[in-house]
Design a protein around this ligand. Structure first.
Ligand SMILES: *[C@@H]1O[C@H](CO)[C@@H](O)[C@H](O)[C@H]1NC(C)=O
Ligand SMILES: *[C@@H]1O[C@H](CO)[C@@H](O)[C@H](O)[C@H]1NC(C)=O
Ligand SMILES: *[C@@H]1O[C@H](CO)[C@@H](O)[C@H](O)[C@H]1NC(C)=O
Ligand SMILES: *[C@@H]1O[C@H](CO)[C@@H](O)[C@H](O)[C@H]1NC(C)=O
Ligand SMILES: *[C@@H]1O[C@H](CO)[C@@H](O)[C@H](O)[C@H]1NC(C)=O
Ligand SMILES: *[C@@H]1O[C@H](CO)[C@@H](O)[C@H](O)[C@H]1NC(C)=O
Ligand SMILES: *[C@@H]1O[C@H](CO)[C@@H](O)[C@H](O)[C@H]1NC(C)=O
Length: 476
């Protein structure tokens, strides 16, 4: 057995012993909820189809659930005409008021649930999104109100005779201080007692789920040379054995899920069920975002669907046989998501509704029968120079504003663009903006600047400069 190590984690023997987490017994309601894969319907794009068309697309890819990031009234109304199970979300900025006031919770339920339920098959209300990943003073006030807000939501729903909507909150893997080996999974100290304990008590007491946003892509991509891609894509022939528990892992997702199960177990809640509120793999990204391509995205998502729709359910090594409701991220590539290139490339569909790759969320078509894929060309890190230039056809007014922004942070950035200097000519907004973007990015990339500029910039490996004017570049 070859061993697999994530190099971001270090190995130290565990002294305390962990009891294995034994999953709750399967039950029919849960099985039917979990047997169809869900899709996250994010709408941070300015070129996306209407809700009506989007819902038809959700049906066409055979999703069983759809998760909204809000409680959009039009979308919820349209969903009443479908058999889709629906998840809606309470925005982060309402948690404090709902946590403090039952009337605010009642009001939210009256406005967002009652007009649509039960015709629209709402099954989950998720309070906030990854709130423990932010930690300003204001965010910590939200943390303190999270579980009170969730309790008040349940009170409201029950008071209105609604018993089959579960309340949860999606958390990211960064709630863990350590996640490797899986048996070492431990919650961050600052959240363990004040937030996780009451949260787990709530989830256990209401038979709800621990909703996890979990992306093997991220730990894999921290060191794509030494981490094993096939292990992240469910394609490995090798296994990893947890030295503490002896549990045998065949893929990275199971390791990540079990690390959360072990963290819950350490706090005394071994049986809270897991649901995956987001997972996926980016189909494209920036030049330094190794492994973000259609081949890997399709392979990850197809294998994930196969695993999660297996009947009887597979579960994870720590919880053999437990079904795990799973939502893919995401329906569309969303062109207004800020951040690096991958952020705008998690979709299964292009904004025009066409599939980026063949996929079947019902899991009834075998992986081998799905369409062939373009060969990946960025599974090993790119080495060379990269520049950041204006996209073709960009709006010149906006480009001018971005140029001012890029030149404004440091006098050095655009010195070569001054009249008489080597990069002054040709005097065009596009040329000047391209120079400024390259110069800015080369200077500030190490302070996490992106080559994005609100969608006005793109990366290139073709040197945009000339004999006279040398553009600064980033060397990968
Ligand atoms: C377990 O996690 C702790 C931090 O919570 C870390 O210091 C330790 O190195 C981890 N153990 C192993 C075996 O990786
Ligand atoms: C089965 O699952 C449903 C839906 O999650 C839940 O309401 C019910 O309490 C569960 N029953 C048992 C016996 O666990
Ligand atoms: C979790 O819920 C189960 C089932 O209701 C209960 O038996 C158990 O005592 C609860 N665990 C804790 C730690 O409260
Ligand atoms: C895994 O095993 C299969 C079938 O034996 C083989 O075709 C494939 O090349 C192996 N993959 C790796 C990465 O070794
Ligand atoms: C360019 O952008 C400006 C500012 O956003 C806007 O007012 C203008 O209509 C746009 N021009 C074109 C041709 O799209
Ligand atoms: C940029 O140049 C101006 C004018 O020469 C000067 O006043 C300013 O302090 C400089 N700013 C920086 C950040 O160097
Ligand atoms: C970031 O990179 C620039 C350009 O290479 C360099 O001048 C600067 O000192 C670096 N800053 C930090 C914080 O590493």
């Amino acid at each position: 057995m070859a061993s697999f190590a994530l190099f971001i984690f270090t190995l130290v023997a565990l002294s305390s012993s962990c009891s294995y987490a034994i999953g709750p017994q399967n039950n029919k309601t849960l099985l039917s909820l979990a047997s169809r894969i869900g899709i996250n319907y994010g709408r941070l794009g300015n070129n996306l189809p209407s809700p009506y068309q989007s819902i038809n697309l959700v049906k066409s890819i055979k999703a069983g659930h759809v998760k909204l990031y809000d409680a959009d009234q039009e979308t919820l109304m349209l969903l009443s005409q479908t058999n889709l199970y629906v998840t809606i979300m309470v925005p982060n900025n309402q948690i404090i008021s709902i946590g403090a006031d039952q009337a605010a919770a009642d009001n939210w339920v009256n406005t967002n649930v009652l007009p649509h339920y039960p015709q629209t098959r709402i099954r989950f209300v998720l309070v906030g999104n990854e709130i423990l990943s932010y930690n300003s003073d204001q965010d910590k006030q939200i943390w303190a109100n999270l579980v009170p807000a969730m309790r008040k939501m349940v009170n409201s729903l029950r008071a209105r005779g609604i018993h089959n909507i579960k309340v949860g909150t999606p958390l990211a893997m960064d709630v863990l201080r350590s996640s490797f080996p899986p048996s070492n999974g431990t919650f961050r100290e600052e959240v363990a007692a004040p937030v996780m304990l009451p949260l787990l008590k709530f989830l256990n007491g209401t038979n709800s789920f621990f909703f996890l946003d979990v992306y093997p892509y991220f730990p894999w991509s921290t060191d794509p040379v030494n981490n094993h891609l096939d292990f992240a894509l469910f394609e490995s022939n090798s296994t990893y054995t947890d030295p503490q528990t002896g549990l045998v892992y065949t893929n990275l997702l199971d390791q990540m899920l079990d690390s959360v199960i072990f963290a819950m177990t350490k706090l005394g809640y071994p049986n809270v069920r897991l649901a995956i509120s987001e997972t996926g793999w980016p189909n494209s990204g920036d030049i330094d975002e190794t492994g973000a391509n259609i081949f890997n995205a399709a392979t990850y998502n197809r294998n994930l669907i196969k695993k999660m729709t297996a009947n009887p359910p597979l579960g994870t090594p720590a919880r053999r046989g437990s079904p795990i409701p799973t939502f893919l991220f995401s329906l569309f590539n969303e062109n207004r998501k800020p951040g690096s290139g991958t952020e705008r490339h998690w979709g299964i569909l292009n904004p025009d509704g066409t599939q980026i790759y063949d996929i079947d969320l019902s899991g009834t078509r075998p992986v081998s029968s799905l369409g062939s894929l373009p060969k990946p060309n960025n599974n090993v890190p790119f080495k060379g120079n990269v520049w950041c230039v204006a996209v073709e056809g960009a709006n010149e007014t906006e480009l001018g504003q971005a140029l001012d922004f890029a030149c404004g942070r440091s006098n050095a950035t655009c010195a070569a663009l001054a009249p008489g200097r080597e990069c002054y000519a040709p005097v065009s907004v596009t040329w000047h903006a391209s120079y400024a973007f390259s110069s800015y990015w080369a200077q500030f990339r190490n302070q996490s600047s992106q080559c994005y500029f609100n969608g006005l910039a793109r990366e290139t490996t073709t040197n945009p400069g000339n004999e006279q004017c040398k553009f600064p570049s980033v060397t990968l």
